[in-house]
Design a protein around this ligand. Structure first.
Ligand code: KIV
Length: 275
């Protein structure tokens, strides 16, 4: 039997093992073409429920459904082969009980082929993280600013300034760590606190608006490409500014169609001469 080179995708265990070795690189992906471009450059890509705001124009991530996450998870899996793919559990698909979380996460894993799910929550979700992890579902935790709680936290702002808030984030991170998450996203948390948490947890921390001392970093791809301009949080850096280039291309297309300079004859199909 011939030995074929087997291309292996990074697993959640590989991501976990990077703590203390080198920074973990991650970005969001929602579609096949972006997943293809991203795959060589990231350790894991997140099919984040931020797609509700970025792709669907929703005001928050609350309206995102499990079916939406599965459809985009499938698209991202079709475009990637090396990176670990993690899909977000959307609001309402896991908070009711650990059994509900298992059913939603199992659907995501079975129907997309991805390797792990992410869920938002601290101490109150620890039992669920443990339940999933013990049953073959690797979990990426998410503490600090939790966008699915927008209706109870009253908007998006950085957290951890008061001792009460900081202690809650410390407790949340520790609870999710103890419950067995393979990594933990720390979002919108003041820098010294994110640094302290990163130094004390077993699992790697993945910062977004947190600290350079986190074990890895994640951002929304559309943000770093300068494609999503509804608002720009302080922690976003534009590595490209594609929106004006796309606008200019659309404008050029429209004016060429109006001027009948596009399509040219070279863009058309001609009758082939008979042999
Ligand atoms: O939904 C998302 O995209 C996220 C991150 C950017 C961490 O949760």
């Amino acid at each position: 039997m011939s030995v074929q080179a087997v291309k292996r995708r990074l697993s959640p265990g590989n991501i976990e093992a990077l703590k203390g070795d080198r920074p973990i690189v991650s970005l969001t992906a929602y579609t096949t073409p972006i997943a293809r471009l991203l795959d060589p450059h990231v350790d894991f890509m997140l099919v984040g429920d931020s797609l509700g705001m970025v792709l669907y124009g929703l005001d928050s991530t609350v309206g995102v459904t499990l079916d939406m996450m599965i459809a985009h998870g499938q698209a991202v899996m079709r475009g990637s082969e090396k990176a670990c793919v993690v899909v977000d559990l959307p609001f309402g698909s896991y908070q009711e009980s650990k059994e509900q979380a298992f059913n939603s996460a199992a659907r995501i894993l079975k129907e997309t082929g991805c390797s792990a799910v992410k869920l938002e929550g601290g101490a109150e979700m620890a039992e669920t993280v443990d339940f999933l992890s013990q049953r073959g579902i690797p979990v990426l935790g998410h503490v600090g600013l939790m966008p699915q709680l927008v209706n109870t936290i009253g908007g998006y702002r950085s957290l951890g300034r008061s001792e009460k808030e900081a202690n809650k984030i410390r407790r949340d991170a520790k609870a999710i760590d103890d419950a067995g998450a393979f990594a933990i996203v720390v979002e919108g948390t003041i820098e010294p606190l994110a640094r302290e948490i990163s130094q004390t947890l077993r699992a790697p921390t993945i910062g977004i608006g947190a600290s350079p001392a986190c074990d890895g970093q994640i951002l929304v791809s559309d943000d770093i490409l300068g494609l999503f301009s509804d608002f720009q949080p302080r922690f976003v850096k534009h590595f490209a500014n594609l929106a004006p280039q796309i606008s200019a291309a659309f404008e050029a297309y429209a004016s060429e169609v109006k001027a009948r300079t596009f399509p040219g004859i070279e863009h058309t199909f001609q009758v082939k001469p008979k042999p």
